[in-house]
Design a protein around this ligand. Structure first.
Ligand code: FAQ
Length: 310
């Protein structure tokens, strides 16, 4: 019977249809999805911190309400994604524990500090831009609940990218000092944004299997290339320079050649020693501990209702 089930799973993948929570799936497929969705959910939640850092210092009421809305959206994305992970038989409490114990990863990008308000624009433009490039193909992921969560998330990410670009347009049309702030921020965020796509293909242990299963639809390097090609004309519009002397249009490939990200830095950051790793996890742990009373109260209420119903 296991063989029949496996053949059924293979047929569903082959036909490019969706696997749903109650369907049989290989344990390794389940494990890979839990790993990727949990990492994605944690990224949304930890990703609230770098921008949240500027809410109280936004330069106007308008900027503040935009930023508040964006950061709240990230919380929502984290919630959908934890819910998608829960359909695979794990629970959110367990995933949160793994995050704050450093046993599950979150995106490398959120381990860099936000040093000026220009960073809010650059994160929207480059970080949300990279997220969209990576996530639009995930709307066709073979696992139904993850694919469906991605549809709404991608729509909201598009709004995030536009708000970032709009902020940058305002700044580059402002004073020399504002233009310098934008360039300085682009210099810091460009390379870490390229690293969001993961290690190069020849050093990406999960890609081949995830592509076979229709979880990933493109390799890390394919999506990174797409992002570079998309960002170059946007940088020109803003009048900023991308900090890569090797960045040049390649007529033959009909794509840009670009330099090599510092993969040693990437490895250090995902191993936990990036500029802000310790601070991000400590903050998340504190928030989790301070929220214990809410979880206890919700549990007590649920128990009371269950008791009343019995
Ligand atoms: N950071 O074999 P691969 C957002 C790990 S967007 C940290 O290539 P895979 C929106 C990888 O987990 C950011 N770790 O792995 C937002 C694996 O380690 P493991 C979140 C990374 O899974 C914007 C190892 O390296 N988006 O949050 C990274 O096939 C603004 C080997 O790598 C997603 O998570 C990295 N950059 O491909 C929020 C998208 N790259 O687990 C707030 C969904 C790789 O074996 C503000 N995820 N690793 O110990 C994916 O598409 C994939 O998981 C990849 C990695 C492409 C990230």
């Amino acid at each position: 019977p296991e063989l029949d089930l496996e053949a059924g799973f293979d047929r569903t993948i082959e036909a490019d249809q969706r696997i749903e929570p109650r369907d049989w799936m290989p344990e390794a497929y389940r494990k890979t999805l839990i790993r990727q969705i949990a990492q994605h959910a944690h990224s949304e939640i930890i990703g609230m911190q770098p921008e949240g850092n500027w809410i109280l210092r936004a330069p106007s009421l308008r900027r503040k309400s935009i930023l508040l809305a964006k950061v709240q959206d990230e919380a929502g994305h984290g919630m959908y994604l934890y819910a998608a992970a829960e359909t695979l038989g794990v629970d959110r409490e367990e995933l949160t524990e793994k995050l704050i114990d450093g046993k599950q990863k979150y995106s490398s990008i959120f381990n860099y500090p936000t040093l000026s308000y220009a960073d809010i624009g650059v994160i929207g433009w480059l970080v949300d831009g990279a997220a969209i490039c990576n996530q639009v193909p995930l709307c066709r992921c073979s696992y139904g609940p993850y694919a469906r969560a991605m549809v709404r998330i991608c729509k909201e990410e598009s709004f995030h990218q536009r708000q970032g670009y709009e902020l940058l347009l305002a700044m580059v049309n402002g004073t020399d000092r504002q233009r310098e702030m934008v360039q300085e921020s682009v210099n810091r965020f460009w390379w870490p944004s390229l690293m969001m796509f993961g290690p190069p293909d020849d050093d990406s242990p999960n890609s081949a299997q995830s592509m076979e299963w229709g979880i990933k639809r493109h390799t890390n390097d394919e999506l990174r290339q797409r992002f570079v090609d998309m960002s170059v004309p946007q940088a020109e519009m803003l009048g900023v320079t991308l900090p890569d002397p090797e960045l040049v249009w390649n007529e033959e490939r009909q794509a840009h050649d670009y330099g090599t990200p510092d993969w040693d830095e990437f490895k250090a950051v995902i191993a936990g020693s990036g500029p802000a790793n310790a601070q991000r996890i400590a903050h998340r742990r504190r928030a989790h501990e301070n929220g214990a009373w809410v979880r206890e109260a919700a549990q007590a209420y649920a128990d009371k209702r269950a008791g009343a119903g019995a």
